[in-house]
Write a protein that binds this ligand. Structure first.
Ligand code: GAF
Length: 389
């Protein structure tokens, strides 16, 4: 992978100087969906799929970007003095946003760079290709310019800030954190309120994590996502008038039930309900996994899906078909939508001896019911972002 990208880099930008290579992974979230901007817990893991960079500093302030995934756009040239979003060169807005955030935080970038990118995360699949590109840019800048004081959690925060303020999506910290802090064979149990985290092994002796890509992405994803977030923020303000909470996920289910009528709008009440219950489910799911109770973990994954479908309304017909098909197969421990929603992927835990049947039955059923061809990835859990050479 990096050999081919290195060759492309050298053809485009020349072979001399200190050329370095880097990788940042995508992620799959096992449970804890739409909790990360509500101060709750999440449980994602880094994939071995991700985004690669080959980069070299320049002597001037010019930036030259090239992506193998957007090869038809060719080399896009700009400058550190012109870090503004550009619709025509959409993908470069992610690295540019991270550079802009570095400067805003006082990490002044002394020189421009040439950078070639390639990502193997399927496009629009909801497996965090944007977050991986942000984190990738963060580690390139940290390493190239010697910002040793910047920690990996701060790289994640920089990526999130940049996505919120440069790219216009009000995402939480989960995706960037998973890409920056992932650990081979482990998921990250992260409290998004305090950024305290612990790793929990997720490589199971008798089951696999299987991602199913619906290959559909419905439009208006970003605006629907931002709507959900602002509904939760309004619900929080309403609840705050009655109780001293800082985030929605400070609440237990019982506390929520006792005070829910403070939230005037019934739809908004359901959104807040999801945030509170999903957070508690995530805490319980991780405890179940640690106690080797994988059946309970799977049951909570299924409940998570039902809540995302009915209360949070971020699923869609295609994803529900995939989940319904999965639930029918013996050996499927749990299955749910993963990520922001409105298309993208499901994540399932499947007993080793049921994986082939799962792929066949879910694949065929999905084709019959939607006409679409699903893709399956039996997950390897990888490390967070790092320099390769
Ligand atoms: C997207 C966002 F980027 C995350 O921050 C998170 O909110 C997720 O949707 C839903 O859990 O991936």
């Amino acid at each position: 992978m990096t050999e081919k990208l290195m060759e492309t880099f050298q053809n485009l930008f020349g072979a001399d100087g200190d050329i370095r290579t880097y990788f940042a992974p995508g992620r799959v979230n096992l449970i804890g969906e739409h909790t990360d901007y509500n101060g709750g817990h999440v449980f994602p893991c880094a994939l071995t799929l991700g985004t690669y960079a080959v980069a070299r500093k320049r002597d001037d302030r010019v930036l030259r970007f090239y992506s193998e995934n957007f090869a038809s756009l060719g080399v896009i040239e700009t400058s550190l003095d012109d870090l503004v979003p550009d619709e025509k060169a959409d993908w470069t807005n992610y690295p540019k946003g991270v550079m802009w955030t570095f400067e805003k935080r006082g990490y002044k970038l002394p020189q421009g760079m040439d950078i070639a990118i390639y990502g193997d995360i399927p496009n629009g699949s909801g497996l965090s290709s944007s977050a991986s590109l942000e984190v990738l840019t963060g580690i390139v800048l940290k390493d190239m310019f010697g910002f040793d004081e910047i920690t990996m959690p701060e790289i994640a925060q920089i990526g999130q800030y940049s996505e919120n303020n440069f790219n216009g999506c009000n995402c939480g910290i989960m995706d960037q954190f998973a890409s920056a802090m992932g650990k081979k064979d482990n998921a990250i149990f992260l409290d998004t309120n305090t950024l305290e985290y612990e790793y929990a092994p997720v490589v199971l002796p008798d089951a696999k994590i299987v991602i199913t890509n619906s290959k559909v992405k419905h439009s208006l994803v970003d605006s629907a996502y931002n709507d959900r977030r602002s509904e939760c923020e309004t619900a929080l303000e309403e609840l705050k008038s009655e109780m001293p909470i800082v985030t929605l996920d400070d609440l237990t289910e019982a506390e929520f039930e006792a005070h829910k009528d403070t939230i005037k709008d019934p739809v908004r009440q359901l959104r807040a309900k999801h945030a509170v219950y999903e957070n508690q489910r995530t805490i319980r799911a991780v405890a179940a996994l640690k106690a080797n109770n994988i059946e309970e973990f799977g049951k909570l994954m299924n409940e998570s899906h039902i809540s995302l479908k009915n209360d949070y309304e971020v699923s869609c017909e295609e994803i529900d078909i995939l989940v319904d098909l999965a639930w029918e197969i013996p050996g499927v421990i749990g299955s749910r939508i993963t990520g922001g929603g409105f298309g993208g992927c499901t994540v399932s835990i499947v007993k080793n001896d049921a994986v082939d049947t799962f792929i066949e039955k879910v694949g065929n059923g999905y084709k019959e019911q939607t006409g679409n061809t699903a893709e399956f990835y039996v997950v390897e859990v990888g490390d967070g972002a790092h320099r390769l050479s």
